[in-house]
Design a protein around this ligand. Structure first.
Ligand SMILES: Cc1ncc(COP(=O)(O)O)c(C=O)c1O
Length: 394
């Protein structure tokens, strides 16, 4: 009964791990959503929108108040000049903008460059469009690379005459990498040579830990004309369930995404658009407090994992942390088996990073685990107690 497009999609590992975590009453550091709500005044803004009658379809491209707030936010944080009517499109989460963009910029057989590991919806979107992924491996830090890195030749070779799109994610899920200006320049040069569009997924734009600095590719003159920037209210304001995402950039790119969006979801939840418009106008102190809290969470969980015997890799941004499972890993154990054992023996759930790799490259994730630190102090403390108390795993 199934179409070939969906036949290859299994149930996600996230669902399996959430179930296993529940069964074992594990502290869930698996899925990437906060176990707390965003600011009370923003919740109130959504409630007010509902009670004041903002309950019918929004304009397909996004409520004007939200598009205006997105443009102002781009000016405030990146000194970007964005025209709300023609250069912003609002979608059901960043996930939909990604899907729409792949639909808008590829025909079947066209190629999309993906850095691997990748946020899992990229590959699904590429496959659903009938396009072909070309992978570039992000390699773990080593003696000569302080952060995750890629081989320039491998990137060059991933571009072919059929390349239409390259997806960059900075700060990056699951590694916490932030792409440097030089790396982005190179991506831009290759994209220009292939006349490809760059999609820059920046949903973690406000989770950047000093001394790392976020470079928005669209602010670089050599990339600006071909870059669609994507972000979301879910991560920056801790309302992932509202699914308000957006794309911004050159009129032609936004217009193309809008063409797909009008037939994918048409429009997205009106009251939540109103509330996220308010959120984007929160004062600078909100954003600095937000990242400071997350830096503390990263440090706390990192210390607990180190004490438990894992090797924590550097995290420059996002709310994920990758760790080498090192000596805690049993001989021959893959990342899925390790993470299952962590749930059963320690009562702590992490995500096996092979879900962020193509099937052929899944073994690259063996020996790694991804932990989410978008959790309350109480949750993180309980995880730390379980990880460091009692017998050490393995
Ligand atoms: C890199 C990345 N992009 C996009 C998303 C999804 O964003 P949204 O919830 O707005 O669809 C996520 C969520 O985990 C993510 O990690």
């Amino acid at each position: 009964m199934l179409s070939q497009r969906v036949a290859g999609f299994g149930a996600t590992v996230f669902a399996e791990f959430s179930k296993l975590a529940q069964e074992h009453r594990a502290v869930n550091l698996g899925q990437g959503f906060p176990d707390f709500d965003g600011p009370a005044e923003i919740k109130q803004a959504a409630i007010d929108a509902i009670t004041s009658g903002v309950n019918q379809y929004a304009i397909s491209q996004g409520a004007l108040a939200l598009r205006t707030a997105i443009a102002k936010h781009a000016r405030r944080f990146y000194d970007q000049s964005i025209e709300p009517l023609s250069q912003v499109v609002v979608t059901s989460g960043a996930t939909e903008t990604i899907f729409d963009a792949v639909q808008a910029f590829t025909d079947p057989g066209d190629e999309v460059v993906l850095f691997e590991p990748f946020y899992d919806s990229y590959l699904a979107s590429v496959q659903l469009a009938g396009a072909v992924p070309r992978y570039v491996e992000l390699r773990a830090p080593d003696a000569s690379h302080p952060t995750w890195w890629f081989d320039e030749r491998e990137l060059e070779q991933a571009f072919t005459p059929r390349t239409r799109l390259v997806i960059v994610n900075t700060p990056h899920n699951p590694t916490g990498k932030i792409f440097t200006r030089d790396e982005l320049e190179l991506i831009g040069r290759l994209a220009a040579r292939a006349n490809a569009v760059i999609v820059s997924d920046e949903v973690y734009e406000h989770l950047v830990f000093a001394p790392a600095r976020h470079v928005r590719p669209a602010t670089m003159p050599s990339l600006a004309d071909r870059t669609l920037t994507i972000s979301s209210g879910g991560k920056s304001f801790s309302f992932t369930g509202w699914k308000i995402g957006w794309g911004l950039g050159p009129v032609a790119l936004v217009g193309a995404v809008q063409k797909a969006h009008q037939w994918v979801t048409f429009a997205t939840a009106s009251p939540f658009q109103a509330a996220i418009a308010r959120a984007l106008e929160l004062p600078d102190s909100y954003f600095s407090g937000f990242v400071a809290e997350y830096a503390a969470r990263r440090d706390f969980l990192g210390a607990a994992l180190t004490k438990a015997g894992l090797e924590v890799l550097p995290v420059e941004g996002s709310y994920f942390l990758m760790a080498r499972t090192g000596s805690l890993r049993k001989a021959g154990e893959d990342d899925v088996q390790f993470c299952k054992r962590l749930i059963v023996e320690k009562g702590v759930a992490a995500i096996p990073p092979s879900v962020f790799y193509s099937a052929a490259h899944a073994p690259r994730a063996h020996g790694l685990a991804r932990f989410a630190f978008c959790k309350t102090d109480a949750t993180l403390q309980e995880a730390a107690r379980r990880l460091t108390g009692g017998s050490v795993l393995g």
